[in-house]
Design a protein around this ligand. Sequence first.
Ligand SMILES: C[S@@+](CC[C@H](N)C(=O)[O-])C[C@H]1O[C@@H](n2cnc3c(N)ncnc32)[C@H](O)[C@@H]1O
Length: 322
Amino acid sequence: MSWHPSTRGLSSYILSVLADEDRNHKFELALRYCVSSFRTEQGYRPHVLDFGCGAGLLTHHALKAGAAFVTAVDCNEDVRSIARLTLERAGFVEGTHFAILDRVPPDAVYDVLVSDILGTLTTSERACQFWTPLERCIKKFDFAPRPYYCVPSKLVQWASVVRFPEMFNADPSGGMKHAFRASCRPQDERVHLVSTQELGLPLCSSVYQRVHPRVQIRVDVLGGRDGTFLHTAAAKSVDLPIEHEDDLLCFEWTATLFDGVTVQTTLEEYASLPPGVRACRATRWGLMLGVPPLGSGRFGVAFRAKDGMVRMTPKRHRVAAT
Ligand SMILES: C[S@@+](CC[C@H](N)C(=O)[O-])C[C@H]1O[C@@H](n2cnc3c(N)ncnc32)[C@H](O)[C@@H]1O
C-alpha cells in the first residue's frame, strides 16, 4: 500500500524539518530568487501556492520575498493551526496576505509553486504523484525566459555502494553489525530497504564510505524549459556491484530548488554540515540503505524502476572483476 500523509497529529520529524537551518536558508534563498525573477520577468507580484505548508515557514519566506498572496495548503488539520498561529504572530493577516486551506480549490490558479514534501527517497512522500494534478492550477507562461515558476525545479535520485561506518569496525565483538542486520531483517533473497532514520541517531548521522560512485537512477524536472509541467526519466535497470559482505546500497538525492540553489541528502552534504544540522537532516530525511541478505557473498544488484519506485533483486554470480 502506498504512503498517505496523516490528517491529524504532528509527525515526529516536524521539529527536525524546522531546525534544519541549511534547508531553511536554501528555501529562503530560492524563494527570494524565484519571486524576484517572477516580478522582473512577468511584471507583477505573484500569487504563490505553498503545497504541504506544514508550520508555514515557506509561506513566510514567500511573503517576505515579495509575494502578493500565498495560499498555504496542508491536509493535516493540526499543522494548519500551527501555520495560522505562526504567520499571524509574524504580522501577516489571514485573508490579506495568506489563506490556509485543506486542499487546492478546483478552479484556482497560481503563479508560483513551492512545495517541500520530499522524503528519504524522492518517491517516498510521493511528491511527484501529488504534484502531477497541480498542473491544472499552476500558470504556464507563453514567453521566455521560463514557462513555469516552481521550487523545487529538479530532483535527482542517486544510488551507490557504501561500506558500514567506521564505528562498526571499532566494535571488536562485531555486535553492531549483527544488531544492524537483525534490525533490518533481510531474511529472503531480496534486498531490503531501510531508512537510517529508523535506526537511531548514531547510524543516521554516521558518514558512510562510498565504495562505488553514485549513479542517477531517476530525474524529475518540475516546470521544465521544454514546457512540460513534470517530466520523469527513470533508469529501467542499473547494475551496481556488491563485492564485500559489509557493502550496502545507499540512496541519496539532490534537489535543485531554483536557479542553482540546491538542498541535498548526499554523503558529501552530510559530511559538510555542522553536527546539529546534520542530526536534523538525518532524522528528517536520512539515507535509504539497501541491505543485501546475509551470507549472499558477492553479487551484482539490478534496479528496476516501476511506478516510480525502486525495486532491487540480487543477481548472483555477476561479480565485478577485482
Ligand atoms: C515536510 S513537511 C514541510 C512543511 C513546510 N512546507 C516546510 O517546508 O517547513 C510536509 C507537509 O506536507 C503535508 N503534506 C504531505 N503530502 C500532502 C498532500 N498530498 N496534500 C497536502 N499536504 C500534504 C504534510 O502534512 C506536512 O505538513
